[in-house]
Write a new protein. Structure first.
Lengths: 231, 255
């Protein structure tokens, strides 16, 4: 498809826009972060829906467990598996295509781990929506597609219009994808990228805080209106 | 109307369709334009080319998951026999579902065009709107025929998802929805050339972007008209035949 549109200069056009000719690694890093993010948001958000469908939500809520720990805990196994898959798939691809880039890969993986924290906040939001609106899958699909489009999964966000870039800049995956590409493909280090890592750390505090507050509010409303038991 | 009522009963479905479908387009289209020459016109052409591919895909998905799934949906809900016992024509069930999804498709295509402009994809190129509309009508006539056949097939085979996925991905790859069939290597290109949808798509793209046609233009239009009406006729005949057979075998109710 790309070759058809770009003709013989397709690879050159790609390199001009992205700063690298390594199409495989460039696209794989974006795609892998997007998929990992999708799993985190969906797992955290949908975990309560599963409990709701099984009729065990109230029992979980009555147990002497902090909601925060409950929300994170019930989705942690899936997230650990997904992260391990990322580690293996991206690691093996880099070992074949860019042998010797171990240190870069390690730094990129650290950025991914930091980037997962704000996603938990988005997952908390969805947990709240599940309690209120019940049907989570359509919402998680929409939001993950918005993330995929706005965060530069398969392209640099700089080619998007300015008003879209403004939205991109408040999403954590934008920084994760951009920083990972910088480290793996442009020989940057965590130290050089301290500015955007600082922003990412700030988002890692802001998103979970907002997500948890909204979740608690929706949970409280549902306990008053009797929505908890409905599914 | 029945299908429309069911659809609007769940606003989340409507919102999901309206938001998710264009997002899938942008998600891939922006990535593909990275390979286009850096001039603005080339980027706009790249978007237009991909956008028409997106239109061909969602139109066919209407055939598969709209027309084709209509009978099977009633079957799994256990309401097919009740429907067949009413004095309503069989085709109203199938065409009703097709119409509802086709209207949603047009809505999605319309506002995705606006979003494309806002996203920096420029104006959508449509050089011959009259011919494009004419070929779109042929595409729809042919696809209703194919949908009728497919509806009958799924009523008989029951297993739906595997078959529909196979047909859908086969269509995407073989008919040149996202790229011209000329890039498909020769032994496989013959399969593409034996599929009627290849010509509908080729003519729509030709009318929209003035791309070269597979056959001489006049011959290809004549073939498309013939193919569209033959497909419609065959669809009716096959559906009726499968239904009669299912009645005789007592397999209509089996879900």
């Amino acid at each position: 498809m790309g070759r058809f549109i770009g003709g013989g200069n397709a690879a050159l056009n790609f390199a001009t826009r992205t700063g690298t000719s390594n199409v495989l690694v460039y696209e794989m890093l974006g795609g892998a972060v997007w998929m990992t993010g999708w799993i985190v948001v969906e797992d955290v958000g949908v975990a309560l829906r599963d409990e709701q469908m099984k009729g065990t939500l109230e029992q979980n809520f009555l147990a002497p467990v902090n909601r925060f720990i409950l929300l994170v805990g019930i989705s942690l196994t899936d997230i650990a598996i997904t992260t391990a898959i990322f580690l293996i798939v991206v690691g093996v691809t880099l070992a074949f295509t860019m042998p010797g880039a171990y240190l870069a890969f390690f730094q990129a993986f650290l950025i991914l781990l930091i980037g997962l924290i704000p996603l938990f906040g988005i997952g908390f939001l969805f947990s709240g929506f599940v309690i209120k609106f019940k049907e989570p899958y359509i919402f998680t699909q929409m939001v993950n597609l918005i993330f995929g489009t706005l965060t530069g999964t398969y392209y640099p966000v700089t080619i998007l219009p300015y008003w879209v870039q403004f939205l991109s800049n408040v999403l954590p995956q934008t920084y994760v994808i951009s920083n990972m590409r910088q480290i793996v493909l442009a020989n940057q280090t965590l130290v050089n990228l301290y500015g955007s890592i600082f922003v990412l750390l700030a988002l890692a505090l802001i998103y979970p805080a907002i997500g948890y507050v909204v979740f608690k509010k929706l949970e409280k409303d549902a306990s008053v209106t009797g929505e908890l038991a409905k599914y | 109307m029945k299908d429309f009522h069911s659809y609007v009963r769940y606003p989340a479905w409507l919102v999901g369709d309206l938001v998710s479908t264009p997002l899938w387009f942008f998600f891939f289209a922006v990535g593909v334009t990275l390979f286009a020459p850096t001039t603005q016109t080339s980027i706009y052409h790249g978007y237009s080319f991909f956008f028409f591919g997106f239109i061909f895909i969602i139109l066919f998905s209407t055939t598969i998951w709209g027309t084709g799934q209509s009978v099977r949906n009633e079957q799994t809900a256990g309401t097919l026999e009740q429907f067949f016992l009413t004095p309503a024509n069989r085709m109203t069930l199938i065409l009703g579902r097709w119409a509802r999804i086709f209207i949603t498709d047009l809505l999605v295509i319309g506002y995705t065009t606006v979003l494309l402009y806002l996203f920096g994809g420029g104006p959508l190129y449509l050089y011959e709107p009259g011919l494009f509309t004419f070929t779109l009508v042929l595409f729809e006539v042919g696809s209703i025929g194919f949908g009728l056949f497919f509806a009958g097939l799924t009523m008989k085979l029951k297993s739906y998802n595997t078959l529909s996925n196979l047909v859908f991905f086969g269509y995407m790859i073989l008919t040149g929805a996202l790229f011209p069939v000329s890039v498909i290597p020769m032994p496989y290109r013959s399969i593409s050339l034996a599929i009627p949808f290849t010509y509908f798509i080729d003519l729509m793209r030709h009318a929209a972007l003035l791309t070269p046609t597979i056959l001489p233009e006049g011959l290809e239009y004549a073939s498309a008209v013939l193919l569209a009406f033959v497909m419609l006729l065959l669809g009716f005949v096959m559906f009726n035949w499968i239904e009669q057979d299912a009645r005789a075998q007592g397999s209509i109710a089996t879900s």
